[in-house]
Design a protein around this ligand. Structure first.
Ligand code: ADP
Ligand code: MG
Length: 234
């Protein structure tokens, strides 16, 4: 089967502040993710997990190498095309929810659709459905500061799903949640994978979360050092 996403020989380095050396974060990453897979990317702090996720999701560009989303080579898109492509095909969830503090939960979830140009009635209905799905039907008009950490993160996931992406990229999405909220968020993500035929790429340093995904990629010294199929015990 054709992968939904694959990348070839990704390299990324940054100029070091104190010397002429460069910090080589990614040194030649090859990765392929199948449609409908849930995969984890693990590795020590500073190993380049976020850098890799951002490049795979077109939020950042590699120094060299290529990323393909189905047939599209992300390198070939200019900044505006890439932003539109992301908005249509991908959803992002970060460790810190990145909700806009001045806006309600409902407005935050609606935000990607305002950019995506859906009809007002349709998009409001969808935003409410998503919030309902995440148990937030009584929280439409709360601002982020009026929500618990778990609720904030569920709003962030709802927002990521607003434009019906095929790929969800999540960077330590449960990093700030307690065990109960972590479990329920993961359960919901796995349900969504089935319901919406989502593919999910999740960065995590939590072993049990990684083991609950279909596959785990481990990154070390800028390379993927292992690619393990899990039993998927969730
Ligand atoms: N924009 C940047 N400029 C310079 N160095 C960066 C930048 N982004 C990340 N780095 C460095 O690259 C390395 C990998 O970072 P990151 O991908 O965030 O790691 P992880 O998510 O695995 O903790 C770190 O040493 C970090 O300091
Ligand atoms: Mg990170």
């Amino acid at each position: 089967m054709e992968p939904i996403l694959h990348a070839r020989d990704l390299e990324k380095s940054y100029a070091e502040k104190e010397s002429a050396e460069r910090l080589h974060v990614l040194r030649g990453i090859d990765i392929a993710i199948a449609e409908n897979e849930v995969v984890a990317i693990v590795g020590a702090s500073g190993s380049g997990k976020s850098t890799l996720l951002h490049i795979l999701g077109g939020l950042d560009r590699p120094g060299s190498g290529e990323v393909f989303f189905r047939g599209t080579n992300l390198n070939k898109l200019n900044a505006a095309e890439l932003a539109a492509f992301r908005n249509k095909n991908m959803g992002f969830v970060f460790q810190f929810h990145h909700l806009l503090p001045e806006f309600s939960a409902l407005e935050n979830v609606l935000m990607p659709a305002l950019i995506g140009g859906q009809f007002p009635n349709e998009r409001e209905l969808r935003a409410k459905e998503l919030l309902d799905k995440f148990g937030l039907s009584k929280r439409y008009h709360h601002r982020p500061s009026e929500l618990s950490g778990g609720e904030q993160q569920r709003v962030a996931v709802a927002r990521a799903l607003m434009n019906k992406p095929d790929l969800l990229l999540a960077d330590e999405p449960t990093g700030n949640l307690d065990e109960a909220n972590t479990k329920s968020l993961l359960k919901q993500l796995f349900e969504l994978r089935n319901e919406l035929s989502l593919t999910i790429i999740m960065v995590t340093h939590d072993k049990s979360i990684a083991a609950s995904c279909d596959r785990t990629f481990r990154i070390e010294n800028g390379l993927i050092v292992s690619d393990t199929a899990n039993l998927g015990l969730v």
